[in-house]
Design a protein around this ligand. Structure first.
Ligand SMILES: [Zn+2]
Length: 345
């Protein structure tokens, strides 16, 4: 058997969280976090009951209490979602999450036998081993790799951007614009930077209300948005005594920035991942102030208490509650925003 078709399942399982996998499928936002568990509709049998599918975060296991009557680990989950063998699921995970194949193949432990259902021995579908790198220990948080290219020729003055209220200056400042071709073709491409300021991905926003079969946002395959906070690289350069405003979306973030609130970062969702919590922890201390300003809707309201509880362990946190339901931070006028920021103790 070629060595490349041989994957250490244990290493892949250790490298992947259920959260990252749900995020990969773009469905993490449908799950509610309560303590150690996430619950939501079952994506395997495509159920609608919001509590039938549960994930234990610490055990990294899932269970469907409805039709599937089944549970398992991350690889079982991918195998069921893709309707493939565990071995094929592991190979997919390696590819999606850029796991270092050498590290996950070379070190098969005694309790990990070579899979019986290995793919045909022609080996054409098996990825080639990556160059040897000592990364096994860091695998649980394999960082997003900086991109080696930039999308240039983006249309900065696309009507969708001005409809959303963004000034050309803001659009240029964030490096966004309408993309005509490539992976983000016909979408507004928005670069996402890691805390070091390197571009790690472009998000693509559909320029309008997407139809049923079109996703609002597109992210490149394998990119883990749960490892980044949009605009954090710039927010951390702002004065330490200015509060950090945490919002959900790219447009909230760009709009607040335009209205003078420069210390703002976006979760790119309504939940805070463990990696994002760690990023905030690294850039704050017990004197730092954080304002959580999520959308005043079901997801935002459900997400913010958990986020506040977790951040409050190491900094001073306030939650901004909007008077009107369904208000988003991007709806705030410059005056309202100033009032909120000045009202924070
Ligand atoms: Zn199910």
């Amino acid at each position: 058997m070629p060595k490349s078709s041989f994957v250490d399942f244990r290493a892949v399982k250790a490298a992947l969280t259920m959260e990252a996998v749900l995020e990969h499928y773009g469905i993490l936002d449908q799950f509610k976090r309560k303590g150690d568990s996430l619950s939501g509709p079952c994506p395997i049998h495509k159920g609608t009951n919001p509590t039938q599918f549960r994930v234990s975060i610490s055990k990294n296991l899932w269970n469907c209490f409805s039709e599937c009557k089944h549970g398992g680990n991350v690889l079982d989950f991918i195998a069921r979602m893709e309707n493939v063998s565990i071995h094929a699921a592991a190979l997919k995970a390696v590819e999606w999450f850029h796991l270092d194949l050498e590290a996950v193949t070379a070190d098969a432990g005694p309790d990990e036998q070579p899979p019986k259902e290995a793919p045909p021995s022609n080996g054409s579908t098996a990825p080639k081993p990556a160059p040897k790198k000592p990364v096994a220990a860091e695998m649980p948080n394999v960082p997003n790799k900086p991109l080696k290219f930039r999308l240039d020729k983006l249309e900065r003055n696309h009507p969708y951007l001005s409809r959303r209220g963004l000034a050309l200056e803001t659009v240029v400042d964030f490096g966004a614009g309408f993309c005509a071709k490539g992976l983000m073709a016909d979408r507004i491409a928005i670069p996402i930077h890691n805390p070091e300021g390197q571009v790690v991905a472009y998000a693509g926003r559909f320029p309008g209300e997407p139809g049923e079969d079109t996703e609002k946002y597109k992210l490149p395959p394998g990119f883990r948005k749960s490892l980044e906070l949009f605009n954090l690289d710039r927010a951390i350069k702002e004065p330490a005594d200015t509060p950090l405003v945490v919002v959900q979306g790219f447009f909230d973030c760009m709009m607040l920035h335009q209205r003078g609130c420069r210390k703002v970062a976006a979760l790119m969702g309504s939940t805070l991942s463990g990696a994002q919590e760690e990023l905030i922890r690294r850039h704050t201390d017990r004197h730092s102030r954080v304002i959580i300003m999520l959308d005043e809707d079901e997801a935002g309201i459900a997400g913010r208490d958990d986020i506040a509880r977790r951040l409050a362990k190491f900094c001073f946190v306030t939650i901004h509650v909007f008077d009107e339901p369904n208000t988003q931070p991007e709806d705030l006028s410059a005056e309202q925003l100033t009032e909120i920021l000045e009202g924070v103790p």
